[in-house]
Structure formats: C-alpha cells, structure tokens
Ligand binder design. Structure first.
Ligand code: TYD
Length: 133
C-alpha cells in the first residue's frame, strides 16, 4: 500500500479567487489542536528529517511547491505538493523530509496535538529500530 494519502480540500472560490475552508474533523480527519506554517524557505535547505511517535498531521503548500519524502522504514516514496486543495496526510511513525521549496512556498500543517519535543524521533537509526518490521 502506498504511503501517499491525499486529502482533497474543496475550493469554494469564484471569479474573485479561491476560498478553501479547513474545518476540524471535516476536511481534516481529526481535531486540530495546532496549526503551523513554514515560509521564507530555500530550495537548498530541506527540513523535517524526523518522525513522530504519535502525532498525526495534514500538510500542504498553500502557495508554491515542494517535494516530500515519506519513509516507513521499509519503503520510501516521493510526492510533489503544489496545490492548496491537495493535502498530504503524514501519520505517526513516518519519517518525512521536505525538499526543493519554491521561493514562494508556504508550507501549512494541521496537527492533532500541541507541540511536544518528546514525540519526535530525530535520529534515523532510532527510527529504524522503533519501526515494527
Ligand atoms: P522542527 O519540527 O524541528 O522543524 P522542521 O521539521 O521544519 O525542520 O521545529 C523547529 C523548531 O521549532 C524546534 O526547536 C521545535 C520548534 N517548534 C515549536 O516550538 N512548535 C511547533 O509547533 C513546531 C512545529 C516546532
């Protein structure tokens, strides 16, 4: 089964522009406790390089584009994100990296928990040792 799970957000826009609602439990399949976004990014400064033990996240480029690597410890898959209506689910225990940010990229994330450093696995060898084979 693919690691890539897209969530399509409806665009209720009209000739004035796009309007994309994001509601807890509706478009995003959990109670949203935290929203954060990355901006002023550089193509040559990738981010992420961690997995979360329990955190569930939904991410998309509300502007611009980037490439995301998803890795469950067995297989790796790359996905391009380039639309504010196509979000990517990043589930627990998925190593993820974000690369190749366009200069206009705004990377938006919805998360089901508050920030907790103890939930991070930042070392790839630790991640592999924790993955159930
Ligand atoms: P980190 O998740 O390591 O960033 P990235 O994966 O994009 O490289 O976070 C960078 C720093 O910001 C780190 O010290 C933790 C802090 N942080 C918060 O305080 N709150 C948050 O919601 C997030 C995502 C990070």
């Amino acid at each position: 089964m693919s690691l890539i799970k897209f969530i399509d957000f409806p665009d209720l826009g009209d000739n004035r522009g796009s309007l994309i609602p994001v509601e807890s439990v509706k478009q995003v399949p959990f109670e949203i406790k935290r929203v954060y976004f990355l901006t002023n990014l550089s193509a040559d400064l990738p981010r992420g390089f961690h997995a979360h033990k329990e955190l569930d996240q939904v991410a998309m480029c509300v502007s611009g584009n980037c490439r995301v690597l998803l890795d469950d410890g067995v297989k790796k898959e790359w996905v391009n994100l380039s639309s504010p209506t196509k979000a990517l689910r990043i589930e627990p225990m998925i190593w993820h990296e974000m690369h190749g940010f366009s200069s206009d990229c705004v990377f938006m994330v919805f998360a089901n928990e508050h920030y907790d450093e103890a939930d991070y696995i930042r070392n790839y060898e630790d991640f592999l040792s924790k993955v159930e084979k």
